[in-house]
Design a protein around this ligand. Structure first.
Ligand code: NOJ
Length: 737
């Protein structure tokens, strides 16, 4: 293959900005608009695509993963187009390429930036090995609505956690050097507000105050920008009446002006021409105008830029500097990726995909993602020498494809190890294992398989149920209004529970499900999300106590849909919830009563507590937090404070605990959340061991956007808690003076 790119031989300077300017000088308008156009791959190179690339009309391609095709596409671009500019090749590598890691929401339950970075690095290497150089991840949309199918792809409800984990993903995909052959460009998406769609309906309207936008939604995007994320993607949604793809406040004011962002912004799929359907642009020309005006550098899929830019320029609606800016932003990333120097991909130079160390990493990520939600009578871990007859039941026990979750275009189903296979392997001949599916799918509504399931359960001392939702029930455009276990899964669980066996439920799902009823049917409940390729061995290790669970919820689990949105960092309100605010509807008195506070008694039939709070997760041991201390009781603006506590493993099992630090800013010029996560640490402890955990906060860590959208830290009292979840009660206070 000819590596002598025409452009390289022409150019003598190697400074990126000079190289960009040099190219811009030579480019025709068609070639500039070409850079701003991303085409969809078409399983090969049909004549019209070849011609468009030759004419410099294509800047990027997505969804083509055949290395020979990609190398040929790049060859056409660099050898047959006038300026020889290589394409940037995109793909949704969301939680793995061929080796699948847990869905992002599951990874977030690990609260472990290192394992997340490692997963992204492996995904980048696998993807780069076929010729992909850009992923559309991480998705750092904050979501508080488990009805939304895309909650599976996000990193939870908390801006601090999503900031840390999102930047870890960026680092993993991009490595230390974007031009390294196994680095790929990352993309912070969906900018912004997409996770706030009304009632969790995908693509629906987003009504959000600027206070909420800046204090809750934008911080993870800012963190990704600070971590050097190469690209941003505009959201599909209409935010406060201005669709994100035409939103100057977001793209121009915040991203470019306030954050000084130097990468490029791609639209979401067709989101430029969808400005017409939003009723924001009359036709494709106006749609292109709005998007260019807002600062969307590259148009994904639709062709409104190609069709209209010339006319818009002629009419003076846009000017050539706007186009040049977009092109500069795109070329900058192409240069940084080293695409001009290393255009082609040779699969042989890369490690084998799905190799043992990748699979081991996927297993570790799955182990750390699982959250133990209930464990009555220490039913878990199972003891190999005590369990004699084990029944494994459920539609999710032995289905590799379903355990991979959403966005698994390239995931290798045949590499997946299911829980059933893994438990067989682990138990060997020591345990008599029987398996019944019970229900054809999680959605099945018939009892045909119940009897077989019940009969193997009767013959067993322990029953492990694998239930949840298939992969297709979450992800883009797959939302649910009823988020109980679908189908007759609860019915089957109820029947099994009547047998009085030791019953464990492992849920595999793409979202928090409402488990209020379900949890009563089982002794132990483990949430495995969609755990990816190595979900089976990870779950087997956890069930049999090879390792203790350490996952913590990155999102609150509602008791019922009527509680949504329910999240830990809410505002207090003028009539905050007091104990007893929950009363079953049957018990509410006939006439209103006065509380001792003089308020009319305030009842909410769902109660105000979630079923499982943010940050929650059990272990096979117990932890005791005590002796909270401050380095000082008051600090001045610009100072640090240290908050420490002792953490003791009071049980008999070696384990990792995620220690969490929450603060409350008691009085603000705008109201502040009742708690905010400001730090966390994974602490490994042997039985009986105590460690001092120390968190260090700078007054800047306590900043927020005030009434005038100024980023400030305000003096006053701050309460602070350290503990194992967002209800932590080990508390002290300090002051900023
Ligand atoms: C639409 C999705 O919203 C986005 O997340 C994805 O990256 C693009 N399609 C490309 O597949």
């Amino acid at each position: 293959m000819n590596q002598n790119l025409p452009y390289r031989t022409l150019l003598e300077v190697d400074n990126v900005e000079n190289r960009i300017e040099d190219l811009i000088q030579q480019m025709t308008l068609t070639e500039k608009i070409g850079q701003m156009s991303q085409f969809s791959g078409r399983n090969g190179i049909p004549h019209d695509l070849r011609e468009s690339i030759q004419q410099g009309k294509v800047g990027s391609i997505l969804n083509e993963v055949n290395t020979d095709v990609l190398n040929e596409i790049q060859r056409i671009a660099v050898e047959e187009s006038r300026l020889g500019i290589p394409l940037i090749v995109g793909r949704d590598v969301i939680h793995g390429f061929q080796t699948m890691f847990p869905i992002p929401l599951g990874q977030a339950a690990s609260w472990n930036p290192e394992i997340i970075e490692e997963g992204a690095r492996i995904s980048a290497t696998e993807a780069a090995s076929v010729g992909i150089n850009w992923t559309f991840a991480p998705m750092v949309d904050i979501s508080r609505d488990p009805r939304w199918g895309r909650i599976a792809e996000c990193l939870g409800e908390d801006p601090y956690l999503a900031s840390i984990l999102g930047s870890a993903m960026v680092k993993g995909f991009q490595g230390d050097d974007l031009s390294h052959p196994n680095s790929i460009a990352a993309c912070a998406k969906h900018f912004a507000g997409y996770g706030y769609s009304e009632a969790g309906r995908d693509y629906a309207y987003v009504n959000i105050s600027e206070n909420e936008l800046r204090n809750i939604v934008l911080p993870p995007f800012k963190a990704c920008a600070d971590a050097g994320v190469a690209t941003f993607m505009s959201a599909f949604c209409d935010i406060n009446g201005i669709p994100a793809t035409g939103n100057e406040l977001l793209m121009k004011q915040i991203l470019r002006k306030e954050w000084d962002y130097k990468g490029f912004v791609v639209s979401d799929w067709d989101s430029v021409i969808e400005l017409i359907k939003h009723g924001f642009a009359e036709n494709s020309k106006e749609a292109a105008f709005e998007a260019i005006q807002a600062g969307i550098d590259m148009e994904m899929a639709s062709r409104s830029y190609q069709e209209n830019s010339e006319k818009l320029l002629e009419e003076g609606r846009i000017n050539i500097e706007q186009i040049n800016t977009c092109v500069r932003n795109i070329l900058r990333i192409k240069f940084e990726l080293g695409l001009f120097e290393n255009t082609y991909t040779n699969t042989a130079y890369f490690p084998e995909k799905g190799n043992a160390s990748y699979l081991q990493s996927a297993k570790q990520a799955a182990i750390e993602s699982c959250v133990l939600l209930k464990n009555d009578y220490n039913t878990l871990p199972l003891k190999k020498d005590k369990v004699q007859n084990l029944a494994i039941i459920g539609p999710m026990a032995d289905d590799g494809y379903e355990q991979m979750g959403t966005w698994t275009f390239d995931g290798k189903e045949e590499w997946c190890k299911t829980p059933l296979q893994s438990i067989y392997e682990m138990a060997g001949n020591d345990i008599n294992i029987r398996y019944a599916r019970g229900l054809e799918t999680t959605r099945s509504k018939n009892r045909d398989g119940f009897e077989e399931a019940l009969s193997i359960a009767r013959e067993s001392d322990t029953v492990v149920m694998f239930m949840g939702e298939e992969a297709i029930l979450s992800g883009e455009a797959h939302c649910r209004a009823d988020i109980d276990l679908p189908g007759f899964q609860n019915e089957l669980l109820e029947e099994i529970s009547k047998l009085g066996k030791s019953t464990i439920l492992v849920v595999m799902a793409g979202r928090p499900l409402t488990l209020d009823k379900t949890q009563h049917y089982v002794n132990s409940l483990m949430y495995a999300w969609h755990p990816g390729t190595m979900g089976g061995p990870a779950i087997a290790d956890l069930l049999f106590g090879e390792v203790a669970p350490s996952g913590k919820l990155p999102v609150s689990f509602p008791k019922m849909v009527g509680q949504i949105p329910i999240y830990y960092n809410h505002r207090n309100s003028g009539r905050p919830v007091i104990n007893g605010s929950f009363m079953h509807i049957d018990n509410i008195p006939k006439r209103p009563t006065q509380t001792s506070l003089g308020n009319t008694s305030f009842h909410f039939d769902a109660g105000f507590d979630p079923l499982y709070p943010f940050g929650f997760g059990l272990s096979y041991t117990s932890f005791y937090y005590h002796s909270i201390e401050l380095s000082t009781e008051s600090i001045s603006l610009g100072d640090f404070i240290e908050i420490s506590a002792e953490l003791t493993n009071t049980g008999s099992v070696e384990a990792v605990e995620v220690a969490q630090l929450y603060i409350r800013d008691l009085v603000g010029s705008v109201t502040r959340p009742v708690r905010e996560l400001k730090g966390f640490q994974r602490v490994h402890l042997y039985p009986g061991e105590t460690k001092t955990i120390i968190f260090r906060l700078h007054t800047d860590d306590l900043s927020f956007f005030d009434r005038k959208m100024k980023y400030v830290t305000e003096p006053g009292q701050f309460d602070v808690w350290i503990g194992g979840d967002s209800r932590a009660n080990l508390k002290t206070s300090f002051y900023i003076i």
